[in-house]
Every structure is written in structure tokens, then in C-alpha cells.
Design a protein around this ligand. Structure first.
Ligand code: GAR
Length: 195
């Protein structure tokens, strides 16, 4: 097989999507390998999981930098040091600068817990329930300068059931997130997707 694409994952929290990507990349025929995990929060539980799996990690705190440009420049430096081909945002709760997203265009993807273009931003499950949505879901998309606006790569739907709460809906959708994120990365890393 041709050489695997070098993937970095950026997280802010527990890292369950990160773990799904790490697991997929361990399959021999998968076209990507995880080279490291970065976070904007030193206490993100996912960092410990990544370390326990033998991956390099880093964390960068906004407080160490004068502005967003300086933060994203430091992020780029870390990713360049790993010779990264593709970046996967996996619960990375931070808006990246337009310069950063343009530099990585077509090689920077995100998972979002809604059927985009519905419910960009935060609290997607509560908002879907408040609207009386009958279906909800998740989306893997390319990241562009506008928040949650980039081209869709893959989506999964789940029905909204009577009695659902934001938590029950989140739990059901997370199962789908863990399924479609590795599938979408596989498509990108194998060169099947055109940006
Ligand atoms: C996931 O549900 C992901 O879709 C969401 O954060 C969660 C992270 O969970 N991402 C966003 O809301 C991005 N706007 P995880 O850390 O267990 O993967």
C-alpha cells in the first residue's frame, strides 16, 4: 500500500472521537496514521488517553499568546514539526483564524453534532429538541473560515424519540459520530475525496 497520510487530532475534552480515529488507524489497510494529538486545554482527558496509547501530545493555552494569530502560528509550528498531512478536529472547541483554515484548506476536517447546515455552533441537541425536530444527527465537514460552514463529507441521521433529552440524544448521536468520522477520514486519506 502507498504510504499512510500523517494525521494530527486536535481536541479540547474527553476525546471519544479521537479514540475512534486512533482505533481505525490501527487497522493495517487504513490509509492514515495518527502522529499526535494536540489540545488547547492541558487538562483535556483525551490527552492522557492518547499518551497511554503511545502517541505524542502537546497542549497550548491561549493565555500564553498575545492573540489568536500568535496561538495559531504556534499550532502550525507544532503540526509542521510532525509533518502533518491532515488535521482532524475532534471536539476542538476553539475557533481557528481564517489564515489557519486557508493554509490547511482541504486537509482540515471537523465533526459537528448536527445535520449541518442546521444548528451550527453550540447546544445543538437542546436546540433540535426545542424545535421539535424529528431527525437529528452529525456531520463530518471540511473546515473553512466560516464556522461550521465548510463542504459536507458525510452525515448520519438518528430519529428523535419521545422522551429524548439532550443527553440521550447526544449518546445516540455519538455512536454515529464514532462510525462516520473514521469512514470520512478514510475517504480523504485515500484520495477518494476532492475538495
Ligand atoms: C462531539 O460530540 C463532537 O461532535 C462535538 O464535541 C463532542 C466531542 O466529544 N464537537 C463540536 O461540538 C464542535 N463544534 P469527544 O471529545 O468525546 O469526541
Amino acid at each position: 500500500m502507498v504510504s499512510k497520510k500523517r494525521v494530527a487530532i486536535l481536541i479540547s475534552g474527553r476525546g471519544s472521537n479521537m479514540t475512534a480515529l486512533i482505533d481505525a488507524c490501527r487497522l493495517p489497510d487504513y490509509p492514515a496514521e495518527i502522529v499526535g494529538v494536540g489540545s488547547n486545554r492541558a487538562t483535556a482527558p483525551g490527552l492522557e488517553i492518547a499518551s497511554a496509547r503511545g502517541l505524542e501530545t502537546f497542549s497550548l493555552a491561549q493565555s500564553q499568546f498575545v492573540d489568536r494569530d500568535a496561538f495559531d502560528a504556534a499550532l502550525t509550528q507544532k503540526l509542521d514539526a510532525w509533518n502533518v498531512d491532515i488535521i482532524c478536529l475532534a471536539g476542538f472547541m476553539r475557533i481557528l483564524t481564517p489564515d489557519f483554515t486557508v493554509r490547511w484548506a482541504g486537509r482540515l476536517i471537523n465533526i459537528h453534532p448536527s445535520l449541518l447546515p442546521l444548528y451550527r455552533g453550540l447546544d445543538t441537541h437542546a436546540r433540535a429538541l426545542a424545535d421539535g425536530a424529528r431527525v437529528h444527527g452529525c456531520t463530518v465537514h471540511f473546515v473553512t473560515p466560516d464556522l461550521d460552514e465548510g463542504p459536507t463529507i458525510m452525515q448520519a441521521q438518528v430519529p428523535v424519540l419521545p422522551g429524548d433529552t439532550p443527553d440521550t440524544l447526544a449518546t445516540r448521536i455519538l455512536v454515529e459520530e464514532h462510525r462516520i468520522y473514521p469512514e470520512a477520514l478514510c475517504l480523504l486519506a485515500s484520495g477518494t475525496l476532492k475538495y
